[in-house]
Structures are given as C-alpha cells and as structure tokens.
Design a protein around this ligand. Structure first.
Ligand code: UDP
Ligand code: MG
Length: 305
C-alpha cells in the first residue's frame, strides 16, 4: 500500500522543513512518498528540496518553469501518482494539519474513495476571505447546480480509482474542487481546525482568487449564458412595451414625450447589459480557445522522480 502526499508550493521555503517534521511522523506506518510541486517559486525552496530529497529518498519534487497556479500544480501532481493507492493533497503552509492523516486513512479503510475535509473554525481566516469564499460557494452551487461543500479546500484523500479518472479528463485548467464533486464515488468529509499560515504570506492574490472563481464556474455549466439570454429577452420585451407606450403617447395625446431622461436611461441600461452579455459569451469562447490551443497546463523544468 503506497500513500503519496502532494504538496503544491509557491514561495514556501520558510515552511517546508517544519512541514516535513510534522508530516513524517504521521506516515511512519506506511510506505509513502511526499511529492512537492514547486509552482515557479522565486524563493530558495528548490535548494531546500534538493537537500530534503538527498537526505530522504521518499521525498520527491517537480519544479515548474514559472508560476502556473495551484490547480495546475495539483493536476501535475496527480499525473505522477500512477503507483499510489492513496493520494492526499495538502497546502504547504500548515493550514492543513498533517495530524489529520490517520483519521483520513481510517475513513479510506472503511471504504470511502474520497475523504474531503471541512474547515471547522474560521476564526483564523480573515473576514474578507470568509465572506468571499462563502459567496463563491453559494454562487457556484446556484449557477452550476454542482454543490460544493462550503469550507472545503484542496486538503483531501483520493483513492487510486478516483485519481485515475481525474488523470483521464482531457480538460485544461481543471477546477479540482468541482471535479471532485462531479466524479461521484463514495465520499465523506471530516472536520478540522485550520490554523493560521505558519510563516510567509498567502500566494493567493485577489486576482488569482477571482480567476479561480470565474474559471471554476464557467467550466461547470453554461447557465450564465442562459441567464443572460433570459434577462436579455426580458429587457427587450420591457423595451418593446415601453416603445408602444411612447408611440401611443405621441399619437393620442398632446404631451409629447420629453424624452431625454428615459432615452438616456434605457440606452445606458441596454448597452450595459449587452456588454455584460458579450463578456459572458466571451468568457466561454475564451475557454474554447484555450482548450483548442492545446497548450499544456504547466511546464516542468526539473524533477527527481
Ligand atoms: N500555491 C501554489 N501556487 C500559487 C499560489 C499558491 O502552488 O500560485 C500553493 C501554496 O504554496 C499553498 C497552497 O497553494 O501550499 C495554498 O495557497 P495559500 O496558502 O497561499 O492560499 P490561502 O490558504 O491563503 O487560500
Ligand atoms: Mg494557506
């Protein structure tokens, strides 16, 4: 039985020794491998990875040629797990406590193919992050019809059967959290208390979070296009009714419509709405474009696998 622990890292030099010191005791009963995916870090993490892997052959790394993002790092990791029976993904900043691994393994032994984790206490997460993440999960469920568990992060255990399915999906830039909910299998979730990041600062900038949210939603359905179609139809219908009203006022009464305010209001409203619709459609066309370009989601510059 082989367990592989996948850890995407972006500028986590300061955390990985501490992480390893907390992780290895939890794995002592198993035949395991720890695979770090260096997502184009600009700090000295690679030097640390050379040293760690030289000292312990169970520690492996792959290093990207630049920053391709957390989801790409997870994808790269999964493709390297062909010999693993169980794959556990976790963050490098110790917000995902390695001490949860025995409980996750317990669930796997009970027959669960996917063990998700849910952040129990949120007091260590910033107010903004809590609100924006809650909002995203609600919006994602509403728009795509695929339910994500609020507070779930990319800290989870997958059986090799699930990893095989994930590796067989051809879609580029996958939103792993959504895929996990989509694939099915026997799933469960356990709660954990997230601690503050051990050292350093979050690699998830606001821009990266927004990108993840948009890409997550658009890769899971076309409801936004439908919503804009319905709303567009409704607007046109209202504009049509208003047109009839304006013409009848003109024909059957003496007061000509003074015009300016209502014209400018409807022009602004409709043109704004059209821009939004074009944006939504553009988002999907962009996705098709990216997929058809067929570029890889990441480039591995070096690795010791
Ligand atoms: N990460 C990554 N690439 C990025 C940003 C983050 O591989 O572009 C890694 C990071 O090193 C960490 C995990 O993804 O192991 C979660 O990131 P972070 O802790 O910065 O996010 P937060 O916990 O603030 O949401
Ligand atoms: Mg973190």
């Amino acid at each position: 039985m082989v367990i592989t622990i996948l850890i995407p890292c972006y500028n986590e030099e300061i955390n990985i020794n501490y992480l390893i010191s907390r992780l290895l005791p939890e794995l002592s009963d198993y035949n395991f491998k720890v695979l770090f995916i260096d997502d184009g870090s600009t700090d000295q993490i690679l030097t640390k990875l050379y040293a760690l892997s030289a000292a312990n052959p169970r520690i492996k790394y792959i290093s990207f040629s630049r920053n391709f993002g957390h989801q790409a790092a997870l994808k790269a990791g999964y493709t390297q797990c062909k010999d693993a029976d169980v794959v556990i993904t976790m963050d490098a900043d110790l917000q995902h406590p390695p001490e949860m691994i025995p409980e996750m393994m317990e669930k796997w032994k009970q027959g669960y193919k996917i063990v998700n984790t849910i952040r129990k206490s949120d007091q260590n997460t910033s107010f903004f992050k809590r609100i924006s993440s809650r909002l995203f999960y609600e919006l994602f469920g509403f728009i795509t019809g695929t339910e994500l568990v609020p507070g779930s992060a990319d800290f989870r255990l997958l059986d090799k059967a699930v990893v095989k399915v994930i590796n067989s999906l051809p879609e580029s830039n996958p939103f792993i959290r959504g895929i996990i909910s989509w694939v099915g299998f026997k799933q469960t979730a356990i709660e954990y208390t997230a601690t503050p990041r051990a050292n350093g600062k979050s690699g998830y900038t606001l821009v990266k979070m927004i990108n993840l949210a948009i890409s997550g939603i658009t890769s899971f359905g076309i409801s936004p296009i439908r919503i804009s179609f319905l709303a567009g139809t409704m607007c046109s219908f209202l504009a049509f009714l208003y047109g009839i009203y304006a013409v009848s006022v003109h024909l059957f009464s003496d007061e000509t419509v003074t015009g300016w305010t209502s014209v400018i209001a409807s022009v602004l409203f409709l043109s704004g709405f059209q821009l939004i619709m074009i944006g939504v459609i553009g988002e999907y066309i962009g996705k098709i474009h990216i997929q058809s370009r067929n570029r890889p989601d990441y480039i591995i510059e070096e690795s010791n696998i």
